[in-house]
Design a protein around this ligand. Structure first.
Ligand SMILES: NC(=O)c1ccc[n+]([C@@H]2O[C@H](COP(=O)([O-])OP(=O)(O)OC[C@H]3O[C@@H](n4cnc5c(N)ncnc54)[C@H](OP(=O)(O)O)[C@@H]3O)[C@@H](O)[C@H]2O)c1
Length: 300
């Protein structure tokens, strides 16, 4: 396959590119900047898909959870445009291709579902009503292909992606010395923490590309649902930190750092299960949080 990956320079994109190349596929990345084996979004807008392109993936999107970043209009627009405009551009390129690619995979997030302490969401779960849920809905809708286009469409709704070289862990451990600090539970710690190892989010996208029967939504989460307290314990155990059992980061601190709308992302959570992902025959590299954190901590 010849796979075009929008936003392929990022954390998930680098792991996906590596996995695809190891399996013998060709990868071309679409980025805001030009470079080797890279196209810019302008190149795609002007010239369409590169010839021979058989799969398209969109991972582009401005980082959502940033400390001390307020959800003002400018930031919301960036979060929106980096996802929706890139998806629409790829839809347009796929629609006008002489030979349409076999498959179009887009990523979105489990923020699609409303946070709840009691509900369990399969891929058929309801859409929430907060800004994150609305963004996810619009993001997914932006990737809809016209009916006459034969390309398969797969949406992967990702949980928090865990890996040593990007995403949440890199934000938590920005400098090597941070490895020595213990992780504290956030708020009550009872909120669900939908997570996935980076090798598995790359694996699910690869599975979606390669398996011709796959279409529709796949939850990109690990099969073992955990809460924030479970994650904190697994993290501290893997990094061999002392247990700070009763200590936690209070909600008001997180509200101060992230603003109340953003802090909700870590203070509330969804129990998400990968029902269709498992039915589709995907086999996880890291189904358990302890194995996942062990692999990650070994890299520090
Ligand atoms: N990591 C997670 O925990 C997680 C969870 C759920 C969903 N997701 C989604 O999965 C996708 C990939 O995540 P990731 O962790 O790999 O993110 P990442 O490391 O931040 O990479 C995303 C890529 O998007 C491109 N990008 C950033 N800002 C952009 C903008 N304003 N306009 C156009 N492109 C822009 C960048 O590519 P260039 O600089 O080359 O243009 C960047 O490499 C994102 O859409 C993210 O929202 C991630």
């Amino acid at each position: 396959m010849s796979v075009l990956i929008g936003g392929g320079t990022g954390f998930v994109g680098r792991h996906l590119s590596k996995m695809l190349r190891e399996k013998g596929h060709r990868v071309i990345v679409v980025s805001r900047t030009a470079g080797k084996e890279k196209l810019t979004w302008d190149d795609v807008k002007k010239n369409g898909l590169p010839s021979g392109c058989t799969a398209v993936v969109n991972l582009a999107g401005r980082l959502i959870l940033e400390p001390f970043k307020r959800l003002d209009e400018k930031y919301l627009k960036e979060l929106h445009d980096s996802r929706i405009d890139t998806s629409k551009l790829l839809v347009s390129a796929i629609t006008s291709a002489n030979v349409p690619p076999k498959v179009f995979v887009t990523i979105s997030g489990v923020g699609y579902y409303p946070p709840s302490p009691t509900a369990t969401y399969t891929e058929d779960g309801v859409n929430g009503s907060d800004w994150l849920a609305k963004l996810a809905k619009e993001w997914e809708a932006a990737g809809v292909l016209p009916e006459h286009v034969t390309t398969r469409r797969v949406i992967v709704r990702s949980g928090v992606v865990l890996g040593a070289d990007g995403g949440m862990i890199k934000t938590l451990l920005p400098v090597p010395a941070a490895v020595y600090l213990p992780m504290l539970q956030l708020g009550s710690g009872k909120q669900w923490f939908p997570w996935i190892h980076v090798k598995d989010i790359a694996g699910i996208i690869t599975h979606a590309i390669e398996k011709e029967h796959m279409k529709g939504v796949l939850n990109g989460v690990a099969p073992h649902a955990i809460n924030n307290k479970d994650f904190t314990e697994a993290f501290n155990k893997a990094f061999k930190k002392m247990s700070y059992g009763p200590m936690f980061v209070p909600a008001f601190t997180l509200n101060m750092v992230y603003g109340s709308e953003m802090a909700k992302i870590v203070l509330e959570g969804q129990k998400v299960v990968p029902e269709r992902t498992l039915e589709a025959g995907y086999e996880y590299f890291y189904p358990s949080i302890n194995d996942s954190m062990k692999e990650i901590s070994a890299k520090f």
